[in-house]
Write a protein that binds this ligand. Structure first.
Ligand SMILES: C[S@@+](CC[C@H](N)C(=O)[O-])C[C@H]1O[C@@H](n2cnc3c(N)ncnc32)[C@H](O)[C@@H]1O
Length: 269
């Protein structure tokens, strides 16, 4: 009987010590902080970070100013948004992976830009990004194409910059490359959302009939074909013979000047 009592006592002691040590281990083992891995799965595209040098180049290409509102579609660890905020712009990242969103928020706090850089956990294909004045992308060609109709309906003049992937037959307005020691993700493309001018416009010099393909414009002024027709956001330029026309498109009206200094205007029919 005394032996049974002794055994029970030892067993209780062993259990107590084991329990205590397990508890201590649990208390000291902090959960590992989330560490993103380049190439990790994402909803529609994996995460690969844009090299910081290209981030800077993309923002230079967009001519980002403190008045801009930048949205990065699929914002990863937040680097583009944070860099934009450091340049004084207001910036928002839309990212599907909640761990990446939390990491971005931490990174923004560490950079001291939480008032300018915010992040939401959302699907870019179900988000409204129409308020952006600068849109940045590092997705895939087919995703750019899927977004293209929405982008083309954004406010004319919105600057869209993509890391490496293009917009098929919507040619970029500008391209910039990292030339030195760059082996991957070295190119940035810029598109400026063009105003919509396709159709017939009434002018004092006859009908201006325009056929628009993205930012490229063909057509006629009266009986004469126009040449070098191009849109740069809301600015339209074209030549008729040797006369160059420049105008500002504002919905259904255009007001501008010719190279000789004369004023011209047009109203959409
Ligand atoms: C190639 S990474 C680019 C990250 C960041 N923009 C950069 O340039 O460093 C693409 C990001 O898009 C995110 N993503 C994929 N599909 C998405 C979706 N449908 N909505 C929001 N984010 C998405 C991925 O989780 C990933 O972080």
């Amino acid at each position: 009987m005394r032996n049974v009592g002794k055994t029970l006592f030892v067993l209780t002691l062993v259990l107590a010590v084991t329990g205590l040590s397990a508890q201590t281990t649990t208390q000291t083992q902090k959960p590992k902080p989330f560490e993103p891995q380049s190439g990790q799965a994402g909803k529609d595209v994996v995460w690969v970070p844009t090299p910081q040098e290209l981030v800077e180049k993309m923002l230079d290409l967009a001519k980002l100013t403190p008045n801009d509102f930048l949205i990065d579609l699929g914002s990863g660890d937040g680097r583009t948004v944070i860099t934009a905020a450091k340049r004084g712009a207001t910036a928002l990242g839309i990212e599907y992976n909640p761990d990446m969103v939390e990491l971005s928020k931490k990174n923004a706090a560490a950079a001291g830009v939480t008032s300018k850089a915010t992040f939401v956990k959302a699907d870019i294909f179900e988000s409204d990004y129409s308020k952006a004045t600068v849109l940045t992308l590092f997705l895939l060609p087919q995703l750019n194409l899927k977004l293209r109709p929405t982008i083309l309906n954004m406010k004319p003049g919105t600057r869209v910059v993509s890391n490496s992937f293009n917009m098929e037959d919507w040619e970029p307005d500008e391209t910039a490359r990292i030339e030195t020691e760059c082996t991957s993700w070295c190119t940035a493309y810029l598109w400026i959302v063009p105003a919509k001018v396709d159709g017939t416009w009434t002018t004092p010099n006859g009908d201006l009939t325009l056929k628009q393909t993205f930012q490229m414009v063909n057509g006629t002024l009266g009986p004469t074909a126009i040449s070098n027709g191009k849109l740069h956001g809301t600015e339209i330029t074209f030549s008729v013979g040797n006369t160059k026309y420049v105008g500002q498109v504002n919905g259904t009206s255009i007001k501008g000047t010719t190279a000789s200094g004369g004023a011209w205007s047009a109203t959409k029919r």
